[in-house]
Design a protein around this ligand. Structure first.
Ligand code: GLN
Length: 496
């Protein structure tokens, strides 16, 4: 049951083969067993969770249900959920109980999905390994010595270890796609503006976007159907007609379902920085796409090498502004002892934030300060436009872009913690997509062997044009009809 797709689970619930309470209890039991080791969840509330499951069963009994009614989902702890502790994995918010629901949470509530718990993450979503969390690291279910990626590392490990049916994440520079690659599942970062950021704790507002993390493209489509949609409470939410993201999936069978699809391969994604074993897996996946009928087009994204430096000016600038609200008065931890107001602010922020968050606030404040604004911030904004322009040009020649989602497979815990730049390079193939506001996804494409013989997953990235999620999901689904990478789960956990 734990390896079932959302569709299968939905059918089992609808036909009353299993109740939502039973399904939820099965997942909770698995969480009880494995979470002490994996540390994917940081807040569980069995009572609330089971109450939702009961309500879902009542809806099913009354015939008032949809595809996700009664299905237990894990929620990244960046989403405010009413009555739930919502920490963003920071000491700053260790005791914060959200008084309202984020849009994403209320959308899932409305369809009767069950909130299984809140997942671990890098502090304020700053990181690529989940190691900046105040609540400690998360283990990669494929190899406990390794990181799950980040910042959505808890959701990633929860999906990979089948501790939930699916999960939510957020992606500011790669935080859905890179962990999807490192943990072997399907994750989608939608077009900027497709999913409301209301109630999603802000990191870098012009880049942050929520998306689904699930086993397959089909599961992601079902999740996105719930998450996407206009919300007037987010000024960047795009008012466009609702789509059914599953609408094209059924046609993705037969001889050459992708006949005529033009896949762009950016030469910059296959250059220095990409590990050889990952490159091999990606090349094999591309060959599979050719068999499905796709044509390959060579393209170039000439400014991709500037995306990391540009991001590390813009994201910290926005973060320094967004995080100014945590001052011990309006929000967040307050120091126990202080002599005056100034010292209260200083001590509260010094105690409440971890090292990476402080580094970002310092960089952000610096690049926004008088004299440096033009040299750094403005310049970065200009290059951001050039990076977006590269994609506009590329999409004149292709329908989707493919490449690796991450430069290497999961690395060992501690391996990159003392070298921020090495950590930042994890997002070499994902950050430009956020800077351009485009949608990107990662689908499991195979494995490499780690030193100790354990298979480590590799993700293929599919980048689409603005609001072209339905096509991307079709493209991912077609591949998942002829491969089974997405159904594989860590051997050690199979029988638990
Ligand atoms: N790894 C990137 C960072 O540390 C991106 C994180 C994210 O997407 N939230 O900022």
């Amino acid at each position: 049951m734990i390896n079932s797709s959302l569709k299968q689970l939905g059918q089992q619930l609808a036909s009353k083969q299993v109740s939502s309470v039973e399904l939820t209890q099965a997942y909770l039991q698995r969480v009880t067993q494995l979470n002490p080791t994996i540390n994917a969840f940081i807040t569980l509330d069995e009572e609330k969770t089971l109450a939702q499951a009961k309500a879902a069963d009542a809806r099913i009994a009354a015939g008032d249900f949809g595809p996700l009614t009664g299905i237990p989902l894990a929620q990244k702890d960046i989403f405010c959920a009413k009555g739930w502790r919502t920490t963003c994995s920071s000491k700053m918010l260790e005791k914060f109980i959200a008084p309202y629901d984020a849009h994403v949470i209320s959308q899932f509530d409305a369809v009767g999905a069950v909130n299984l718990g809140k997942t671990n993450m890098d502090e304020f979503a700053m990181g690529s390994s989940n190691e900046t969390s105040y609540f400690g690291g998360v283990k990669n279910p494929w190899d406990f010595d390794r990181v799950p990626g980040g910042s959505s590392g808890g959701s990633a490990a929860a999906v990979a270890a089948r501790l939930c049916a699916a999960a939510t994440g957020t992606d500011t520079g790669g935080s859905i796609r890179q962990p999807a690659s490192l943990c072997g599942f399907t994750g989608l970062k939608p077009t900027y503006g497709l999913v409301s950021r209301y109630g999603m704790i802000a990191f870098a507002s012009s880049l942050d976007q929520a998306g689904p993390m699930a086993k397959s493209a089909e599961d992601c489509a079902l999740m996105l159907n719930v998450m996407a949609g206009f919300d007037e409470r987010d000024s960047t939410s795009v008012n466009r007609e609702k789509e059914d993201y599953t609408r094209g999936l059924a046609a993705m069978t037969g001889e050459q379902p992708l006949k005529g699809l033009r896949i762009g391969l950016p030469k910059e994604y296959f250059a220095e920085g990409l590990s050889a074993d990952v490159a091999k897996v990606i090349e094999t996946a591309i060959a599979e796409y050719k068999k499905l009928g796709a044509e390959i087009v060579d393209i170039s994204l000439p400014n991709n090498n500037l995306s990391i430096p540009v991001y590390y000016v813009l994201a910290p600038a926005e973060a320094s502004s967004n995080l100014s609200r945590y001052d011990g008065v309006r929000y967040g931890h307050r120091a126990a002892e202080y002599n005056d107001l100034q010292e209260m602010y200083m001590k509260s922020r010094a105690e409440g934030f971890g090292a990476e968050v402080k580094r970002r606030i310092l960089i952000g404040t610096y690049v926004l300060s008088a004299g440096y604004y033009d040299a750094y911030y403005l310049k970065a904004q200009q290059i951001r436009r050039l990076i977006a322009q590269d994609f506009v040009e590329a999409f004149n020649h292709c329908d989707v872009i493919m490449g690796p989602a991450a430069p290497s497979t999961a690395f060992k815990a501690g391996e990159k913690t003392s070298d921020p730049v090495a950590m930042y390079l994890e997002d070499l193939y994902t950050i430009a997509v956020n800077l351009a506001g485009l949608p990107g996804m990662s689908v499991p494409a195979g494995f490499t062997q780690s030193g100790n013989g354990k298979p480590l997953p590799v993700g293929l990235q599919i980048i689409g044009n603005y609001f072209d999620e339905a096509r991307m999901l079709d493209v991912g689904h077609a591949y998942q009809q002829v491969t089974d990478w997405h159904t594989q789960m860590p051997v050690a956990l199979e029988n638990i």
